[in-house]
Each structure stands twice: as C-alpha cells, then as structure tokens.
Design a protein around this ligand. Structure first.
Ligand code: ADP
Length: 344
C-alpha cells in the first residue's frame, strides 16, 4: 500500500481493508451480472453446467491476467453458482508444504479453494499440490531424517481456482493440471461504462453519462480502478456540493494526478525514464525498476501490461522499447527517427 494518493488511485493493485470492503459491496455475484469477458464467461458457464449435470466437482481453473480485472470475483462466482463453500488463500501465505497440507486436509467435499497469486507459493507446496489436484491425495511426512516416513492422506474432492498475474512464472507441471485456463483481458470502454453504471446504482450515486464515459476512458481498462475513480468523483461532488458531472470528474482526477488516458505517476515515470534517460530504449526490466524505485515484479505485472496494451511500450529480447506513439503522447521527438531522417 502506498501513501501517494496519485499512485494509489490508478494502481490496479488492491489498496487496503477499506477498499476490500468497498469492493465487496460492488462485486457481481453471478456470471450474468459479471460484465464483459464474454468468451471466458461462456467457457466457464459451460464447464460449470457440465459439472453440475454430472454432479461432480468442476475441473480446476486457472485465472490469468493483470490485477483488478475480476479474478477474485470470478472465483467467488464459481463457488456461488455451484452453491459450494469457498476457501480463500494466497501464494504468499503458503510458505511451507505444511501450510498447504493444513488447508487441503480441512476442505469439505465440493469446496472451492481459491489461491490468489499462486505463482508465489513455495516450491515444496507446489509439489504437494500436483498430487492433490490429480488424485485428491497428499503424502504427509512424519518424523525427520532416516526415520521419516510418508503417510498418504485422502482429501475430499475439491475445485482449485488459482489466480495469477504472471502465468509465465508457473511451472509447466502445475499449469498442465488445470482443466481450464481463462485469460482475462483489459476491458473495453463500453464495458467499463456498464461496470460504472452498475456501481453508481449500487452506491446510490446520481452521475451523468458524460461523466461515466470520461471515467471509463481513464481507468486503464480495469474495473477496480473504475470503481475507485468513481468513489473519488463521488467524494468530490459531496465536498463541493455539486453534481457528479464531467467537471467533477476533471477536477477530481486532476487532483489525483490521473491523466486524460488514465496514466498515473508511476506509468509516466516509467515512460519518462525509457524516453529521456534511455533515449527510447531498449532498457532492461531490472534497470527500469531500479530507476523508478519499484520491484521488477510491480513493473512487469502492474505497470507494463497496460503500457504495452495501449501501444506505448514493446518488449524485445534486448529490453523495453518506447514506440512512436509514446514519443508523440509525451510531446517529445524520437532521436532515432531524427537520425533515420538525417541519413535519408
Ligand atoms: P483481481 O482479483 O483480478 O485483482 P477483483 O476480482 O478483486 O480483481 O476485482 C476488483 C473489483 O472490480 C471487484 O470488486 C469488482 O467490484 C470489480 N469488477 C471486476 N470485474 C468486474 C466485472 N467483470 N464486472 C463488474 N465488476 C467487476
């Protein structure tokens, strides 16, 4: 969590307990309420319906995509739709095989186990998970050293729903054990307008269509950010005693340093480093991360996907490279392009 309001506002990572409670109130509870991701919704619907017709637990499901696109929401929907209990855990909370054994051995039949950030789970736990996913069985080590023995333990059948922002970091044996992988995409503006209209209704906020469209265009294709911006606009209208209109959106987002295409301070800093300090690149991920004082993982899974999606950055084997669109957006001229022109 960060104290910089500008970073917090457009950063798709979850900001804290208050936001968690706020999101809880806005989370869609069924696949029909879930906006966008049409393909994934259709695929999930089929998988869940087939499982319920055969009265078996649905296959294990991997949800991959940048933060804030609805992975946790979908995991909850998978449980609700099948009327199954849900257990929530996360990769960082599973640091030993024993942590995972404790969770797995206490699952009830048919339970949905959600493991967020599954790529951050300990290796030893990963190996235990292979057997659990395939045979609903684990081997527990009893004792130490030469006298150690492994005791098999049968588990209740369960559905694992794993979420990851870095599907490339999952070992193949783990990836292969999921019956279905859903790749979540950034949302189109029209879908974000639907997300916002629904959220405004739930919050009892009167907001005009122009304002909704403006927020949709500034939320990095991410429902979590859309809802967060909506909250700030609501605050602005409340404090200034006006309507939640276009003027309120402009004023609130300017206050929080979100630009007209939704880039926040960190996005701009990354682009600024690539463009001005490294002449447009290529620049390596680690160098870039050190230059902006962030973890490489944050740059790779939070900042870059959107910059790549809007065509500002490309990933090459030699590093990150700024595109002509990025030079144009920041009002700078590409020295390489000038060089090429000179040669011509
Ligand atoms: P992730 O787990 O991918 O980081 P979440 O599932 O926590 O993302 O989604 C963040 C918030 O965005 C949720 O609370 C929900 O209100 C909203 N949201 C996400 N996807 C959708 C969607 N498709 N339709 C409506 N709201 C959504």
């Amino acid at each position: 969590m960060t104290t910089d309001p500008g970073v917090e506002l457009a950063n798709p990572a979850l900001a804290g307990d208050a936001e968690l409670a706020f999101e809880g109130a806005l989370r869609p509870k069924s696949l029909t309420e879930f906006v966008g991701q049409q393909k994934v919704r259709g695929q999930l619907q089929l998988l869940l319906t087939a499982a319920s017709m055969q009265q078996r637990t649905p296959d294990h499901i991997l949800l991959a995509g940048p933060p804030g696109l609805g992975k946790t929401t979908l995991a909850m929907i998978i449980a609700y739709e099948g009327n199954r209990p849900l257990r929530m855990s996360s990769g960082p909370a599973i640091q030993h095989a024993g942590d995972l054994a404790a969770v797995l051995s206490s699952l009830v039949p048919g339970e949905v186990l959600f493991i967020d950030e599954i790529h951050r789970m300990a290796r030893s736990a990963e190996e235990m998970l292979y057997l659990a996913m395939e045979d609903f069985r684990i081997d527990i080590m009893v004792g130490k050293g030469a006298g150690a023995t492994s005791v098999p333990l049968d588990l209740a059948p369960f559905t694992l729903v794993g979420a990851t922002t870095r599907s490339g970091m999952l070992p193949n044996p783990l990836r292969d054990r999921f019956g279905f992988t859903a790749h979540l995409e950034f949302y189109a503006d029209a879908e974000l307008e639907q997300v916002l209209t629904r959220a405004a209704k739930l919050l009892g906020l009167v907001i005009d269509r122009e304002a909704i469209a403006e927020i949709a265009g500034r939320c990095r294709g991410t429902p979590r950010i859309a809802n967060r911006l909506l909250r700030r606009v609501r605050d602005y209208a409340l404090v200034h005693g006006g309507d939640a209109d276009l003027a309120a959106v402009h004023a609130a987002l300017e206050l929080y340093d979100v630009d007209e295409i939704g880039l926040d301070r960190l996005d701009r800093e990354v682009m600024n480093i690539v463009l001005t300090r490294f002449g447009g690149g290529p620049v390596g991920l680690n160098t870039l991360a050190v230059s902006v004082g962030e973890e490489p993982d944050t740059i790779e899974s939070v900042v870059e996907p959107f910059l790549v999606r809007i065509g500002f950055l490309t990933r090459t084997p030699r590093g990150r490279v700024a595109t002509p669109a990025a030079w144009r957006h920041f009002g700078l001229s590409d020295p390489q392009a000038a060089l090429t022109l000179d040669v011509l």
